[in-house]
Design a protein around this ligand. Structure first.
Ligand SMILES: [Zn+2]
Length: 147
């Protein structure tokens, strides 16, 4: 396994590329593709829609700095196949990486986001959302809840 530090909040940079994204856009460091579990939200302007937990290999992690380059086309592809009943909009936002290792052993049989089993999300550092809009939409998966 690589020595990527996935526990530090990363800065997500969206790019469109074919094959390899090249060097890190911030520090020119080497980017390594890694399959991780992500939380992705659909987005309507500044408002978040549903959130989904998906595994994917669309993230390229810088080995030198806390940047992850997101293959935007790939995420779009994954989101567009969706599932019946998913409210998938034209926009999406990758919220962060789900730290599956952080789930206590005795909770691992529960579905992610079940009551009593909060999702350990390592949120990206540059989401650009207000704290207010984040709370209330991150503690559940694939389900909409409106007050
Ligand atoms: Zn870098």
């Amino acid at each position: 396994m690589s020595s990527l530090n996935l526990k530090t909040p990363r800065e997500a940079i969206y790019q469109s590329f074919k094959g390899h994204p090249g060097a890190c856009p911030k520090c020119q460091g080497e980017l390594l593709r890694s399959t991780q579990t992500y939380m992705v939200a659909t987005r309507y302007g500044k408002e978040l829609g549903d959130t989904f937990v998906i595994g994917g290999d669309f993230g390229w992690f810088c080995t030198q700095c806390p940047v992850v380059v997101i293959d935007a086309d790939r995420v779009g592809e994954m989101m567009s196949v969706g599932k019946p009943g998913w409210r998938v909009g034209p926009e999406f936002l990758v919220l962060g990486i789900v730290d599956l290792d952080a789930i206590p052993q005795n909770k691992r049989h529960l579905p992610l986001g079940a009551p009593g089993a909060p999702i350990p999300l390592i949120e990206f550092s540059n989401l650009g959302l207000s704290k207010k809009s984040q709370t209330g939409s991150l503690n559940k998966t694939g389900r909409k809840r409106h007050k």
